[in-house]
Design a protein around this ligand. Structure first.
Ligand code: HEM
Length: 506
């Protein structure tokens, strides 16, 4: 009798477990079915949205639902170009479109439509900031100005506080002193990796400028790509983490669906999150101390404090100014040196060497401007239509719908003038006026670091060319050399002949 009871209880127990397992399976299947249905609806919507814009005359590059044009972008990245180059060929319409995840992305490719996008009556009213960069280097400083819509309280005051901290004379002193020191150090090197030199130099200049000299000694924990943990200087950890975040978010699936870059599903994502936390923890302590008086951090901290801006916002604004001028200034300096050191451009090198005073400054600046016209370090930051509106372009009226990603394409605007390196475009007053270029963006969201970034590059390029006139590019035969924020190109130099010549001249 007792055995029977026991048997009955067991079978009942087993069937209960089965029922539970079946319920779990059904729930999972239902969830999967819902997810697939939601995915299908979103895909259908993006296909319809594409049709909607195509009917209005927008031409699209090759795009597949969800995957967008990422296959072609991968091909570009392999050649050290960025996605922006995908849109340089198309000239027929005012906008070129693409699909990014579930969104439609429109790029303005001519002056007229670009001017409409940056116009104050549209910017912050019908268009505002919304950028995938938030899932990339934005993980370091999500509350920073770069990712903040213009309508946000204190946006303009925060930008003004940053600009107040940008003391031009101090930047001139710091970048000149360090340019001289670095040029001393590399003198006569027969096999120099100039990319590494410029990376170290930009980091040191920006670190001292933003935080003051003493802060450069602070060290933080840092995990490299192999997962090894070290204690490294704060600016080094920040620079490496920033660059790695950008490269990581540029992997195929992270480009297709941006939030994947933040999921801790790969080792690299977990190491990067470790580094982000270490940097933020470090700042949580150091921002409670009095900032160095002669630094950007002084003006930003004091200015933001007066307005009652929360500390994490100030932290993120300071993080953003510490990193925004690293890879950008590095790319712009390397691109300029590359063009100046090519044998066919020796005339410009000579002008820099022999010139003096303001004329020389102007020539260096023109050489830099022309380098970043051909190879802009980055692009403008993405925005979204926040309210339906009609935009009148030369090709007709476009009915832009809320949720559409939209931005000017710097590369398409610059490519109109061809790929030939001709710095004179930026010297002659008339041609300067005719040029419509925007390597630093334009309008309310343009780059606040333009003047100091240009000054940095001018000081290093000027010093380097003066000291190393006969430098030889060692990797001139390398394929696809380009310098921008996502390029892996190197600049290998032989400086061993230059010093002899300098002494001969002397
Ligand atoms: C010198 C090379 C540089 C280039 C080519 C460059 C380029 C750009 C571009 C294209 C934008 C986006 C503009 C837009 O969306 O319309 C931008 C924004 C920004 N840049 Fe730069 N930049 C450079 C250096 C710097 C430096 C040195 C700093 C600061 C130390 C800086 C700080 C910023 C900030 C904070 C923003 C965001 C502005 C906003 O969202 O309103 N940049 N930069």
């Amino acid at each position: 009798m007792s055995e029977k009871v026991c048997f009955a209880k067991c079978s009942c127990f087993i069937s209960e477990r089965r029922v539970c397992a079946m319920i779990v399976i059904y729930v999972l299947l239902a969830l999967a079915a819902l997810a697939i249905a939601a995915f299908a609806v979103k895909m259908a919507r993006s296909i319809l949205a594409r049709r909607y814009y195509e009917k209005q005359g927008v031409s699209f590059v090759t795009t597949y639902p969800f995957i967008g044009s990422e296959v072609d972008v991968t091909d570009l990245i392999g050649r050290n170009k960025t996605r922006d180059y995908l849109y340089t060929e198309e000239k027929k319409s005012d906008f070129v479109g693409s699909i990014r995840g579930f969104d439609i992305q429109l790029y303005a490719i001519n002056k007229e439509t670009t001017e409409k996008l940056i116009n104050p009556s549209n910017f912050g009213v019908t268009i505002d900031r919304d950028t995938p960069a938030l899932y990339s280097f934005g993980q370091l400083s999500p509350a920073a100005l770069t990712f903040t819509p213009i309508q946000t309280k204190f946006f303009h005051e925060r930008k003004a506080n940053i600009l107040k901290g940008f003391d031009i004379e101090r930047m001139d002193r710091v970048s000149r002193r360090l340019a001289e020191e670095y040029c001393d150090r590399i003198s006569g090197d027969a096999n120099l990796d100039m990319k590494q030199v410029v990376a170290d130099w930009t980091r040191e200049v920006m670190g001292e400028f933003v935080w003051g000299r003493a802060a450069m000694d602070a060290v933080v924990p840092y995990k490299d790509e192999a997962g090894r943990e070290f204690r490294v200087p704060f600016m080094r950890a920040l620079n490496e983490t920033f660059t790695r975040l950008r490269f990581y978010s540029n992997r195929f699936w992270n480009r297709v669906y941006f939030p994947i870059a933040t999921w801790p599903v790969t080792r690299e994502a977990r190491y990067l999150q470790f580094n982000i936390k270490a940097l933020q923890d470090h700042l949580a302590v150091s921002l409670t101390e009095e900032p160095a008086r002669d630094s950007v951090s002084w003006d930003v901290m004091k200015g933001n404090e007066e307005l009652g801006i929360p500390m994490h916002v100030t932290r993120d604004d300071l993080l953003t100014v510490s990193i925004a001028g690293l890879d950008t200034v590095q790319s712009m300096t390397l691109a300029t040196l590359w063009y100046l050191l090519l044998p066919e451009n020796s005339g410009w090198k000579q002008e820099i060497r022999t010139g003096a005073g303001e004329d020389r400054e102007e020539v260096v600046e023109a050489c830099i401007n022309e380098a970043i016209r051909i190879d802009p370090p980055g692009s403008v930051i993405n925005n979204k239509v926040i309210k339906d509106f009609d935009l009148q372009g030369p090709g007709g009226t476009y009915h832009l719908r809320k949720g559409t990603r939209i931005m000017p394409n710097i590369h398409a605007l610059h490519a109109v003038y061809g790929a030939e390196y001709r710095p004179e475009r930026f010297l002659e007053t008339r041609s300067k006026k005719d040029l419509y270029v925007m390597p630093f963006g334009k309008g309310k969201r343009s780059c606040p670091g333009r003047t100091i970034g240009m000054l940095m590059a001018k000081n290093l390029v000027g010093e380097f060319i003066a000291r190393n006139p006969d430098t030889v590019i060692l990797n001139i035969e390398d394929e696809h050399i380009r310098f921008n924020n996502l390029s892996r190109s190197k600049l290998m130099l032989d400086l061993s002949h230059s010093e002899e010549k300098v002494h001969e001249v002397a």
